[in-house]
Design a protein around this ligand. Structure first.
Ligand SMILES: [Zn+2]
Length: 128
């Protein structure tokens, strides 16, 4: 099976179980050249980078002032960023998430940074 993260240009190939190091092969992109070619590296890319950008948005959508309700065809309530806000993300040279919610005031950004530091851990995400 092949998986391409949307956070970088690596290509991860694995036979069945990605927890078994010998079964994971990574075609490394330029920012991940120093990683080893195994499951430990896969977890770094997957958990540290791919998941953190999604977890960040998940936390933002728990803040009532920043979201709107969208009801799907089955009647379930989903949350999206409220109108006027837009989420952009990138990673800095040390592969730390740089998250931008366009449309927030500086005050909203700093209070969101405090929430994120509490929920996701200190120094995981910079809100820019
Ligand atoms: Zn990569």
């Amino acid at each position: 099976m092949k998986w391409k993260p949307d956070t970088c240009k690596c290509e991860i190939n694995f036979d069945g179980n990605w927890d078994i190091p010998s079964q994971v092969k990574i075609k490394k992109c330029s920012v991940h050249l120093d990683l080893t070619d195994d499951a430990i590296s896969f977890n770094k890319i997957y958990i540290n980078e791919n998941q953190i950008k999604n977890k960040f948005l998940g936390e933002v959508l728990k803040v009532p002032e920043l979201r709107k309700e969208v009801i799907d065809e089955e009647g379930n309530i989903n949350y999206k960023l409220k109108d006027g806000l837009k989420y952009n993300w990138s990673f800095d040279a040390k592969r730390k998430l740089q998250a931008e919610i366009i449309g927030l005031t500086n005050l909203e950004k700093s209070s969101l940074q405090m929430i994120i530091d509490t929920k996701l851990g200190l120094n995981k995400v910079d809100i820019i």
